[in-house]
Design a protein around this ligand. Sequence first.
Ligand SMILES: [Zn+2]
Length: 95
Amino acid sequence: MGTKQGSDFCYHCNEQVLTQQETPNHILHLLLTILVCGLWLPVWVVICACVKPARCSTCGLALATPTNWVLGVLVAIVCAVGALLIVASIIGSLG
Ligand SMILES: [Zn+2]
């Protein structure tokens, strides 16, 4: 897990605040997905779906944006499919 910092409007503090969000290590999951020929992809998708929303660094309020996990899942799927296509083309060119 990494920590992503950003900025968002907090309705509790009533101002623009710094936010912190724990995010999956997409590089690590991409490597695992390639290593096991895509079998890790469902795990990666579940981990993306379980990502907690960004939190206000001042009051700790969860600043939920429902598209956050959808975006993570899409990133995971696109990366995995792209990586598998590259691996498949390398294997195809060797044989
Ligand atoms: Zn706040």
